[in-house]
Write a protein that binds this ligand. Structure first.
Ligand SMILES: Cc1cc2nc3c(=O)[nH]c(=O)nc-3n(C[C@H](O)[C@H](O)[C@H](O)COP(=O)(O)O)c2cc1C
Length: 134
């Protein structure tokens, strides 16, 4: 996705950014799951969010943060601030399942554990209830 530039909005909005804006506009809610690098939000994700800033797509849109690393406290704090500033309706209850440094066969096993399956089901249910209440 091209780097966000307010001069490239309206009829000059790049097709990829337009597709993201349409998808978020159509969605009942948005779930964001991202890594943390150098205590920050990955640049690609921040850039994608920037394309949503000056329009209605994010306004009052329910959103939930999901994390795979118990260390990623800076990224989730920054995302919370960014997304609240953009007027997303941020769901307070997120989800964290520690997968940092794990490889696919082990990841499948961890995600298949009954406690984690229940945590994922409960988090999605709670987010769906949050969307319905709005
Ligand atoms: C250069 C680099 C910097 C990173 N910085 C952080 C960081 O500041 N905080 C954190 O929680 N994880 C950090 N990580 C870990 C990544 O978030 C993690 O590697 C990524 O989520 C992918 O997960 P995996 O390594 O388990 O595949 C860093 C990883 C790399 C390669």
């Amino acid at each position: 996705m091209p780097i966000f530039n307010p001069d490239d909005e309206s009829e000059r909005t790049p097709q990829t950014a337009g597709a993201l804006i349409d998808a978020v506009t159509r969605a009942d809610g948005v779930i964001v799951s991202c890594p943390e690098y150098a205590h920050g939000v990955p640049g690609g994700l921040k850039n994608a969010l920037d394309w949503l800033v000056s329009r209605d797509a994010a306004v009052a849109k329910p959103a939930m943060l999901v994390h795979a690393s118990p260390r990623s406290l800076y990224a989730r704090a920054a995302l919370t601030e960014i997304m609240r500033t953009m007027s997303f309706a941020l769901f307070e209850g997120g989800l964290e399942i520690a997968l940092l440094g794990k490889q696919p066969p082990e990841i499948d096993a961890i995600l298949g554990e009954e406690a984690n399956r229940r945590a994922m089901r409960d988090a999605l249910q709670a987010f769906a209830d949050f969307i319905r209440r709005r």
